[in-house]
Design a binder for this molecule. Structure first.
Ligand SMILES: NC(=O)c1ccc[n+]([C@@H]2O[C@H](COP(=O)([O-])OP(=O)(O)OC[C@H]3O[C@@H](n4cnc5c(N)ncnc54)[C@H](O)[C@@H]3O)[C@@H](O)[C@H]2O)c1
Length: 279
């Protein structure tokens, strides 16, 4: 299922975390992948791993915030493999962190440039080759922080909410060309973006676990699998959608979810009628 044989994919942020997992998975499913990242050493290593898993894959250094880099990246895919079927706009940074009143304008702008402008540039430059190819699938990595607010992550929340709604507007424009545009919205996933700068990875993973009802930590492959589904022909009739992949974190009131091994927290009653009848 979710076969990508003969497809050509570009994946940004492919040196690490979810992008790395997606590059290897897409290659395993038969795609030629062009991996892009700022991290050259990690990107080359990920490309070698993806090439071992499937057909030829290559790395290209690209800063998704720079239009010339994104244009060159898409041109590399078409030049090297003849076409573009799939674009996974996945590169991201945490960006400006902290209280609103302390955020420097440059930090705000850099967050938007990588997390939102980067997605816009990817979509913009994928359109011509996808049109020429009779269609394509664009998937972008949003976040549950693009759906819910997270205090202290204001710039990131704004950028990721932008990705969610750009996904909708782009899907409307491009549907007539059979170019589908979707997003994945991860919750907490154990990757370097969440542990870098933290004293201890286990403590961070404990924090992530506490924020969701499913009792295991999110992994890069969870997101790669969702991106694969949206990229593949199995999702042929899905466009404009943001697929939340968060272990249930945004399903509702977390304090009503029993911990593993605990009884459902509903008290003694089995039915709640009109409140005036309860003594
Ligand atoms: N890990 C989480 O909990 C989580 C949750 C929601 C959304 N996300 C999003 O998932 C995506 C992947 O992140 P991850 O968790 O795998 O983190 P990660 O840090 O492991 O991977 C992100 C990659 O993006 C690259 N990158 C950063 N800026 C770039 C730029 N300007 N141009 C090109 N590449 C650049 C980094 O070098 C890195 O390899 C990001 O968009 C992130 O915002 C992560």
């Amino acid at each position: 299922m979710y076969d990508l044989t003969g497809k050509v994919a570009v994946i940004t942020g492919a040196a690490s975390g979810m992008g790395h997992a997606a590059a290897v998975l897409f290659a395993q499913k038969g795609a030629n992948v062009v991996l892009a990242d700022l991290n050259v050493i990690g990107g080359e290593a990920a490309a070698a791993e993806a090439s071992q898993a499937g057909p030829a894959c290559v790395f290209q250094r690209a800063d998704v915030a720079k239009e010339a880099d994104v244009e060159a990246l898409i041109a590399r895919a078409v030049g090297e493999f003849g076409k573009l079927d799939i674009l996974f706009n996945n590169a991201g940074i945490g960006g400006a962190v902290g209280p609103l009143e302390d955020i420097a304008v440059d930090d705000w702008d850099r967050t938007q440039a990588v997390c939102l402008r980067g997605v816009f540039l990817g979509i913009k430059h994928a359109i011509a080759p996808m049109r020429a190819n009779g269609g394509g699938s664009i998937v972008s990595t949003a976040s549950t922080a693009g759906i819910d607010g997270y205090s202290g992550l204001h710039a990131y929340c704004a950028a990721k909410a932008g990705v969610v709604n750009l996904t909708r507007s782009a899907s409307l424009q491009l549907a007539c060309d059979f170019i589908r545009v979707n997003a994945v919205a991860p919750g907490g996933v154990s990757t370097p973006i969440v542990w870098n700068g933290a004293a201890n990875r286990e403590a961070v993973e404990g924090f992530l676990l506490n924020a969701q009802p499913l009792p295991r930590v999110g992994r890069p492959l969870d997101i790669a699998n969702a991106a694969l589904f949206l990229a593949s022909d199995a999702a042929q009739f899905i466009t404009g959608h943001t697929l939340v992949v968060d272990g249930g974190a945004t399903a509702g009131a977390l304090n009503t979810a029993p911990k593993r091994g605990q009884a459902t927290a509903r008290g003694q009653r089995t039915f709640a009628g009109p409140s005036f009848e309860v003594g």
